[in-house]
Write a protein that binds this ligand. Structure first.
Ligand SMILES: [Zn+2]
Length: 218
């Protein structure tokens, strides 16, 4: 008799656990459905007139043309090459197309922000760039130029970064919590100054938060 009771209790317990599992899975599916419903179609986003689109040539090393439909995070980098311009960094990515041999480098970025705050878009948002491994599939990459070895951005670069991230967050239905550093993806010391100075990164994020809120209100 006691054994029968124990078996019944066990069956009941399994039923309850199953019901909980179904509820949790269902809840997650509903949340995902709701989130995706509010996501824009990446190929239909219209670029604002304050940045320049100069797409790289299609090639396996910097613009593989791999399509994607979702963006979950925006990743900030520094170019790690003091004093170089946005155009120079774009040329570097574009010239990777001509590589031959076994030691080929793969690298690129959706955006590059120059020392004067100019913004170049190198890769369409609905295509993968090679900057945020292992999260190239669902992230946007922004490379920022910097005048010296410290890696600190100029005021103009920082202002454009805030403007660009705020616009992306609005268009992609994200918020400032979804703007992260390369460091947060894989622990790399990038963007150097903003990994070594947590307060400077927090100050940037605060400006992004304000810009996103202002953009939503306007
Ligand atoms: Zn990086």
């Amino acid at each position: 008799m006691a054994g029968k009771k124990r078996r019944m209790l066990l069956v009941l317990l399994i039923d309850v656990l199953l019901a909980i599992a179904i509820l949790i899975t269902g809840g997650m599916l509903v949340v995902r459905w709701y989130r995706d419903r509010n996501r824009p179609e990446l190929s239909k986003l219209v670029a604002p007139d304050w940045y320049t689109q100069e797409f790289l040539v299609r090639n396996p090393y910097s613009r593989p043309g791999i399509k994607r439909t979702q963006i979950n995070d925006i990743v900030v980098h520094y170019v790690a090459n003091p004093g170089t311009s946005a155009e120079m960094n774009r040329s570097y990515f574009n010239n990777l197309a001509g590589q031959t041999g076994n030691n080929a480098t793969s690298a690129s970025s959706h955006y590059i922000i120059g020392l004067d705050g100019e913004i170049l878009q190198c890769i369409p948002l609905d295509e993968v760039a090679y900057a945020n491994y292992p999260r190239n599939d669902d992230t946007v990459s922004i490379e920022c130029c910097h005048p010296d070895e410290s890696g600190e951005f100029t005021e103009e670069t920082a202002a454009s970064l805030v403007r660009l991230t705020a616009w992306l967050c609005q268009e992609l239905n994200l918020n400032e919590r979804d703007v992260i550093r390369h460091y947060d993806v894989i622990g790399k010391n990038c963007p150097k100054y903003y990994v070594e100075h947590e307060d400077a990164w927090k100050a940037l994020k605060k400006k992004m938060k304000t810009a996103i809120r202002e953009g939503k209100e306007s």
